[in-house]
Design a binder for this molecule. Sequence first.
Ligand code: AOF
Ligand code: ZN
Length: 375
Amino acid sequence: TTHFPGQQPQEETDRRFMAAAIRLSLRHLGLTAENPSVGALVVRTGEGGPVIVGRGVTAPGGRPHAELQALAQAGEAARGATAYATLEPCSHIGRAPPCADALVSAGVARVVIATLDPDPRVTGRGVAILRKAGIEVVTGCMETEARRAMAGFLSLKARGRPFLTLKLAVSADGMLGRKGKGQVAITGPLARNAVQTMRLAHEAVMVGVGTAIEDDPLLTVRLPGLEHRSPRRVVVDPLARLPASARMFSDRPESTLVMTTEKAPRRSLDLLRRKGAGVHVVASDYRGRMEPREILRMLGVLGIKSVFLEGGAETARRFLEGGLVDRLVLFAGAATVGEGGIASPVDEATVPAEFRRSAESRFGEDRLVEYERSS
Ligand code: AOF
Ligand code: ZN
């Protein structure tokens, strides 16, 4: 059982419960449609210290909201309690009454919020409803961590495009693979499992058509019990070269989105549509290359909040050069590729200056280094 020291300062206690609410919110990352995955807790302080009496996380599909579920679980115990929410409780009438009103009716005494809701229907209004009802409101608790956890939602609201993570597995000699067909394993099974877990936290996995043709990847999550949580697949395919025989059409073909241009032959587009793919035409430059920024904008229009870009080299390079990569995930594999290798656009030694190293871990023989854009 957890031990709650009685005399912990309030701020410390708040940070501890907010951290728990953030962890809770991560459970439904990628499952809540245009909604952020929010975590909420209702905590009562009794003789033995604070105790969680209600937990909620935004439901798959986006509703019900986290606070409503935490309050329902707490029932009468919510009266006089403290509520923790990773996002400002909403004030707008959606498919259910606003969470701020529900907190007032439940008789909560304090509400601790990590970050304000950028949704213009809410910003500050949720806090105002609570304060007007005499509830003590604290904002900004663990704000950086909470914002990192809902980076996709914040990106879509503020920039109209998804948060972009670039993942590359780079060999000891700086290569992503070998030219032509035939894969080379850059990393071992532990790192490959880690990649599948990362896919889960995104709404779309994206590759360039070259990789889609050469590797013919499934791009699904194959972790036991989590297969149904595979995100959508996005193929950057200016000329619609993706063959209808691609393995990714063998399962959930409708979850494949092909981003293409008006230069693609109509016949190929029709064939992809008949396969069940979503086909989206995006502006191209004079050389017929797609504008990476336009691809992201289109994905934003489709309500996709986070994208996991898995290569290949050219696609990765173009998103990097466009300054569109928000987070960089580099697996440094122990293997070497040698002759005929495809050079990675970036490795540990050449990570652009705007990226700051944020984490490092190890998967068997392979290392994982993560970077965040600092601007
Ligand atoms: C909350 N708690 O758990 C979430 C919130 O379409 P609706 O009515 O669900 O509203 C979507 C907006 O609600 C979304 O843009 C964001 O501002 C907020 N999400 N709010 O109080 C939650 N997921
Ligand atoms: Zn709400």
